[in-house]
Ligand binder design. Structure first.
Ligand SMILES: Nc1ncnc2c1ncn2[C@@H]1O[C@H](COP(=O)(O)OP(=O)(O)OP(=O)(O)O)[C@@H](O)[C@H]1O
Length: 244
């Protein structure tokens, strides 16, 4: 890897029996960059995020965070080193209120805070994602976009070095989508390092510095967004039927 990479993936491979879901994929993310990870359904994107976060162990290859190998570590250690994520299907503790859910991120993640410090961080982040005054509502009572906001706040609560967003914009209506894109844009502007798996191409075009395209487990293209999205192989493998 180059010295400057925040995260680097070296020939990562994940096989589920005979199915190679991620097939020797390599890429890097520079500090402060927002990388889009795109590709058709089943191309291996979520598996790639699972390898980075440690939810799955690579069959081969390695992943480094700031030059240190993390791919041998269990998921909770990777979280402590500074990788936080949101999930394709929101995962939270529905009986707990928003503040408690976000505090959980502060307590278990990278920059560990306790007690009042964690509570203050949680309140600030809830304000930040647009949930001022709703800290004590159980998240089970929230609308879908508001649950997504809580999940984002939870992921941010540990001040992660790399944030992984797995289709965070999926399922939002057009006006919610604008709000969601603006929120991610704010994170980008404040210099967060982000990898976003996303099918919403407008968001990829608007937000990402670069993108990596996967198809059938392999990386088929990588580069600046405009040039990558006009690559004939990308259009054939993905955009032809998804972005018409
Ligand atoms: N735990 C697992 N066991 C077996 N096969 C799996 C497992 N997880 C994923 N797969 C398979 O690996 C392939 C890649 O799946 P993955 O979810 O990573 O794709 P994706 O690009 O994220 O798709 P989508 O855009 O639909 O979310 C698929 O064929 C999927 O069925």
């Amino acid at each position: 890897m180059t010295e400057a990479a925040a995260l680097s993936v070296h020939a990562a491979r994940k096989a589920f029996g005979g199915l190679v879901a991620v097939n020797d994929v390599s890429f890097e993310v520079r500090p402060g960059a927002l990388l889009g990870l795109i590709g058709p359904n089943g191309s291996g994107k979520t598996t790639m995020l699972n390898l980075i976060s440690g939810a799955l162990k690579p069959t081969a290859g390695a992943i480094e965070l700031g030059g240190e190998r993390i791919s041998d570590l269990p998921a909770h250690r990777i979280a402590q080193r500074g990788v936080a994520r949101t999930f394709q299907l929101v995962r939270m503790l529905p009986a707990l209120d928003a503040e408690e859910n976000v505090m959980a991120g502060a307590v278990f993640g990278h920059t560990r805070l306790w007690g009042e410090d964690a509570r203050k961080r949680a309140r600030d982040l809830l304000d930040r994602v647009g949930l001022r005054g709703r800290a004590h509502v159980p998240v089970g009572a929230f609308t879908y976009i508001d649950q997504k906001r809580v999940e984002l706040a939870r992921a941010l609560a540990s001040d992660p070095r790399v944030l992984l967003l797995d289709e965070w914009l999926a399922g939002l209506n057009p006006s919610e989508l604008k709000i969601g894109i603006a929120l991610i844009d704010e994170l980008r502007r404040e210099g967060r390092t982000i990898i976003m798996v996303e099918h919403v191409m407008d968001a990829i075009r608007e937000l990402c510095d670069r993108c990596v395209v996967m198809s059938g487990g392999q990386k088929i293209a990588e580069g600046g967004v405009a040039e990558t999205l006009s690559d004939p192989e990308v259009v054939r493998a993905y955009l032809g039927d998804e972005d018409a």
